[in-house]
Structures are given as structure tokens and as C-alpha cells.
Design a protein around this ligand. Structure first.
Ligand code: UDP
Length: 329
């Protein structure tokens, strides 16, 4: 049993991890600014509202709660915004993370799980993407995450930190019990946007590009269920040894096109989704599919959700029960 500090634990992926860690008997403290996170996404008695730019607060929490591991989700994640406002991304995702790492180092907390991303790979030429694929990010979001990965490698070497950099592909779905799910403002992710269009809350889903070199002309992505992501964090945390560096891709190893995801939403909801075919979105590679063989072999992780319909089903349950997201809770 660990005393785990979960930064960004009131966010989409963080809240699913927090729920799992609590179920498995860990002591969890969520540190979240609530800028993007939701108070209702975590148990009230676990939440500490604070920003990562407040190292004194972090020091105090580490000491008072006798934290012995940190799972760091807190970050800004809008790729497009990172291009127009890189300062915001380097400041929060890199500088604030380095500050957090320093607080942890001073208090000898040497187990760290880091939310990294497929965006660190940029536009790889060969699929599937393995951990050995060169990391060449093409936007500040991916670059800020890769910079942290590099710093972590140096901390592991110099200070005997054990860390896991988990490179997520497309996080999706919601907790099967319907209590927590995806609620972003603004929402930019494909599955919730299609569901909102199916519910009539948006006029249509715009397909960003129909002329890609893919079987149906639309982009292909690897959608991984958020609960499977949460499991991977716990496994990594439980197996980390001092000085150990873990780098793992997290996807299901199968891609779905935008049109296939729309079809899955129509099948699950029984509703027709209005479609608009639009131009490509800048910076979107045609295909991104992960190989997650490494984490499967080394940690025994296996995704429970390997089918897009099963994933969409959980997202649909969440949206049906909470049409206004966390405002309904
Ligand atoms: N996408 C789309 N219309 C939208 C939002 C997304 O066609 O309104 C496409 C996007 O081009 C990408 C896929 O859906 O190929 C997944 O996009 P998302 O923003 O959910 O995740 P990303 O892959 O950018 O991390």
C-alpha cells in the first residue's frame, strides 16, 4: 500500500486512475487546480485544490501526507493551443513538472509515473509504433512531454528514481459504472463530439479530411479505454524498482478510422449522426497505431476493451446519464 499523490487527479484520465487506486486499497491524495478538472470527479475527502506553480504547497502536502509515490497527470493537452501559445505549454507541462520533480527529490519520493503521449513520436513512417520508434514531436505539446521524459531519465540515473513514462494513444470511454467520464471544455475529442452530434447537442460531426491514404480516406487512430490506461498506471507503480526506467506505449494495437468510429456510435446509440466532410486538420498524421507488446510482455498488462463498440458503449452510458457532464452531478 502506498501514499500516492495524483496530480491532475480530477481530470479525465486521472479520475479513473484515482478510482482504481482507491479500490485497490491505496491511500490517494489528489492535487488538482480544478482549472480543467472537476470537483465532482473525485471523492471530496481526497481532494487538495492547488496549482503546480506553488512548490511550497506541494512540499507541505508531501510531508503531511507522507507521500511515497507520485502519478503525474496534470498538464495542458490541447495540441492546437500549444502551437499558438507554446509559452503556456512549456510553463505548465515542463517548468511546473520540473518544479514538482524537485519537490519530490528533496523529500526523497523516488517513484514517479508520468503521462506521456503518442504526440512525442510526431509523424512516424512505420506502423505500428514501438517504443524504439524515434521520438520527433511536431508540436509544442509533444515537445514539452518529451522534454520531461528526458529529464526523468537523468533523474533515474543520478538519483535512483524509478519512473514510468506511459505514452498514451487515444484515451476514450468512461467508467462502466457511469459515475465518471469525459467532460472537456472545449471538447475537441472525436468520440464525445460524435456522441454529442448523435444526441442533437451539436449540429454535426465534421470529418477532418477524407483524402488520406487509408482504406476509407479518413484518419486512423488507436483508441484505448481509460480504465485500461488506469490499470497500466497501477501495474507500473507496483513493479517499479529504484533507478528503473520504464517506457511503454499504451494502445490496443488496432486502428479505427473516423468513419468506423462514427459507425460504432451509430450502432451503439441507434441514432443517425449528421456528417460534414471537411478539410484536413493541420498536423494530423494519417495513421497512428501503437504496439503495446512491451508492456504486455514485461508487466502482464492486457487491455480489457479491444473493440471500439465496447468502448463507445461506456462513453454513451456516461453521456446519457450526464447530458451536461459534471454539471449534472
Ligand atoms: N477528428 C475529426 N473531427 C473532429 C475531431 C477529430 O475528424 O471533430 C479526427 C482527427 O482528425 C483525428 C481523430 O479524429 O484523426 C482523433 O482526433 P482527437 O482530437 O480525438 O485525438 P488526437 O488523435 O488528435 O489525439
Amino acid at each position: 500500500m502506498s501514499n500516492i499523490l495524483v496530480t491532475g487527479g480530477a481530470g479525465y484520465i486521472g479520475s479513473h486512475a484515482v478510482k482504481l487506486f482507491l479500490e485497490r486499497g491505496h491511500h490517494v491524495w489528489v492535487y488538482d487546480s480544478l482549472v480543467y478538472g472537476h470537483r465532482a470527479a473525485v471523492p471530496a475527502d481526497r481532494l487538495i485544490v492547488g496549482d503546480l506553480n506553488e512548490p511550497h504547497r506541494i512540499d507541505q502536502v508531501l510531508l503531511e501526507k507522507r507521500i511515497d509515490a507520485c502519478v503525474h497527470f496534470a498538464a495542458f493537452t490541447y495540441v492546437g493551443e500549444s502551437v499558438t501559445n507554446p509559452a503556456k505549454y512549456y510553463q505548465n507541462n515542463l517548468v511546473n513538472t520540473l518544479n514538482l520533480m524537485e519537490c519530490l527529490r528533496k523529500q526523497k519520493v523516488a517513484r514517479f509515473i508520468f503521462s506521456s503521449t503518442a504526440a512525442t513520436y510526431g509523424m512516424p513512417e512505420t506502423m505500428p509504433i514501438t517504443e524504439a520508434t524515434p521520438q520527433v514531436p511536431i508540436n509544442p505539446y509533444g515537445a514539452s512531454k518529451l522534454a520531461v521524459e528526458r529529464a526523468l531519465a537523468d533523474y533515474a540515473h543520478a538519483y535512483q528514481w524509478g519512473f514510468a513514462a506511459l505514452r498514451y494513444f487515444n484515451a476514450s470511454g468512461a467508467h462502466p459504472d457511469g459515475t465518471i467520464g469525459e467532460d472537456h471544455t472545449p471538447e475537441t475529442h472525436l468520440i464525445p463530439l460524435i456522441i454529442l452530434a448523435a444526441m442533437g447537442k451539436r449540429p454535426q460531426i465534421e470529418i477532418f479530411g477524407t483524402d488520406y491514404p487509408t482504406p476509407d480516406g479518413t484518419c486512423v487512430r488507436d483508441y484505448i479505454h481509460v480504465c485500461d490506461l488506469a490499470e497500466a498506471h497501477l501495474l507500473a507503480l507496483e513493479k517499479l524498482q529504484p533507478g528503473q526506467q520504464m517506457h511503454y506505449n499504451l494502445g490496443i494495437g488496432r486502428g479505427y478510422s473516423v468513419r468506423e468510429v462514427i459507425a460504432a456510435v451509430e450502432a451503439v446509440t441507434g441514432k443517425k449522426v449528421p456528417i460534414k466532410e471537411g478539410p484536413r486538420r493541420a498536423g494530423d498524421p494519417p495513421v497512428l497505431v501503437a504496439s503495446s507488446d512491451k508492456i504486455q510482455k514485461e508487466l502482464g498488462w492486457k487491455p480489457r476493451y479491444s473493440d471500439i463498440k465496447a468502448i463507445v458503449e461506456t462513453a454513451w452510458n456516461w453521456h446519457k446519464a450526464h447530458p451536461k457532464g459534471y454539471k449534472d452531478k
